[in-house]
Design a protein around this ligand. Structure first.
Ligand code: HAM
Length: 430
């Protein structure tokens, strides 16, 4: 038994999985570019108050899931980021980005940390790709943000996802609703376990999220948030839905969707995947117009964003057979040494191929020719290039296409232009 193992709830990603990750990341970068989102990277830890202030002290994340360290010498404690929205907003306010341009569209692929009970699709270190549109949260902005997220799913070939959407109104609407909901729930408190009772006191909206059938029966007759919302709020929400229709994005309006972070207002949404079991939320987001002011901004910054769990996305893709065709990128050329005395010559051949932009490898373990050929096939090389006495004398090399087994002799220059062309034609075909 190994003495040192990865921390519970963390995972290693080995080279055979990296090609799937790179494929997904490549699509995210490409689609984000199509919509004009620019990448942002923020620190992995922030002062704890940032998360308390933004995500909310009564939420599960802040209440029990943060990895928080002992205070710094200045007395302020720091926390590994459990999500990106707060950090991105903090960075933009601090960097005064909105003074340069009133609308900033940003996206990220980032590692996050939550002290949750690990299970399938739930880790303590996980990654998200997400986007934050700062400076706009009009119905077009909301629809464009959701559209970008759905475009990534479509571009990856993922099917069967369900988008649930709701409007939460503004903070005053919700405060009035919370009071009424708490009054309605009070007589049923004996049905609630400790966690639900705590939620009822601190954030009764989260009870609407409960999956327990008993509680759902209670909620069925509860007052509805919609009845507390103003006509402009409802009108704006309808506009969002019309834009989604226009983009041919299907959705279900779910009046019980509330989301687990406090900064949301108006439109909120979640995407669930049929492949995920208990942890079925693959992504979620919404508007957070009040966050900038909460973090000390003197002016309002309307905003909308989302985040998608990368691990859950990859699990979904795997179950849908979308990762099978993705193969690691092997070398284009495997240099096969036929005579040990020519080792340093082969090193030169390999290096000059690399300098010409051809991915090349050679045997580093003194193996037989047969074993080198086996290795060339194993690492997925397109060609084997032979280095022997004749080759060195004639300065032409046997080049074997490992798919067709055809073999011909060429100079190094011819090989470079041949394989270079090959690459161009292959990528044009893809
Ligand atoms: P969230 O709903 O907390 O939202 O997380 C978004 C997604 O991250 C989830 O739907 C899930 O796929 C993934 N996720 C969350 N926790 C874990 C975990 N422990 N293990 C694996 N995956 C997980 C947010 O984080 C908001 N910041 C989204 C947002 C951006 N809202 C506006 N802008």
């Amino acid at each position: 038994m190994l003495q040192y193992r990865a921390v519970k709830g963390t995972k290693d990603i080995f080279p055979d999985e990296i090609s799937s990750w790179k494929h997904v990341e490549g699509v995210i970068h490409r689609v984000a570019g199509l919509y004009g989102f620019q990448e942002i990277r923020t620190p992995v830890f922030e002062y704890t108050e940032l998360f308390q202030r933004s995500i909310g002290t009564t939420t599960d994340i802040v209440g029990k899931e943060m990895f928080t360290f002992k205070p710094e010498p200045d007395g302020r404690s720091v926390t590994l980021r459990p999500e990106m929205t707060a950090g991105v907003m903090r960075a933009c306010l601090q960097g005064n980005l909105l003074a340069l341009s009133p609308i900033h569209k940003l996206y990220y692929i980032a590692e996050l940390f939550r002290k949750e009970r690990p299970q399938a699709g739930r880790q303590r270190q996980f990654s998200q790709f997400g986007a934050e549109m700062l400076g706009a949260s009009s119905p077009e902005a909301v629809a464009e943000t959701i559209g970008m997220m759905m475009h990534v799913f479509t571009a990856l070939g993922v099917t069967g996802l369900r988008l649930r959407i709701n409007t939460l109104g503004d903070f005053e609407d919700r405060a009035r609703y919370k009071k009424t909901l708490r009054e309605y729930l009070e007589p049923y408190a004996s049905l609630f376990d400790e966690q639900l009772r705590e939620r009822m006191d601190k954030n009764p909206l989260r009870i609407l999220d409960s999956k327990s059938p008993d509680i759902q029966a209670v909620i069925a007759d509860a007052p509805k948030l919609r009845d507390f919302l103003s006509p402009p709020t409802l009108g704006e929400f309808d506009q969002v839905l019309l834009y989604l229709d226009q983009k041919a994005i299907t959705y279900t309006i779910d009046p019980l969707l509330v989301r687990g972070l406090d900064y949301y207002c108006h439109t909120a949404f979640e995407v669930v995947s049929p492949e995920l079991g208990a942890q079925d939320a693959i992504g979620g987001g919404g508007r957070y117009d009040g966050l900038a002011r909460q973090l000390g901004s003197k002016s309002d910054v309307p905003a909308v964003g989302f985040a998608v769990g990368m691990e859950r996305l990859l699990i979904t893709m795997e179950k849908q057979g979308l990762l099978e065709h993705i193969e690691p990128e092997g070398p284009q050329v495997y240099v096969v040494l036929q005579d040990r005395e020519l080792k340093s010559y082969a090193v030169d051949v390999c290096d000059s191929l690399r300098r010409s932009g051809i991915r090349s490898e050679m045997d580093l373990g003194g193996r037989s020719i047969k074993a080198q050929m086996r290795e060339a096939n194993k690492v997925g090389a397109a060609y084997a290039l032979f280095v022997g006495r004749n080759e060195v004398e004639s300065r032409t090399y046997g080049l074997k296409d490992l798919k067709t087994a055809e073999q011909e002799c060429f100079s190094l220059q011819e090989i470079v232009s041949r394989i270079g062309k090959d690459v161009v034609t292959r990528s044009a075909r893809e």
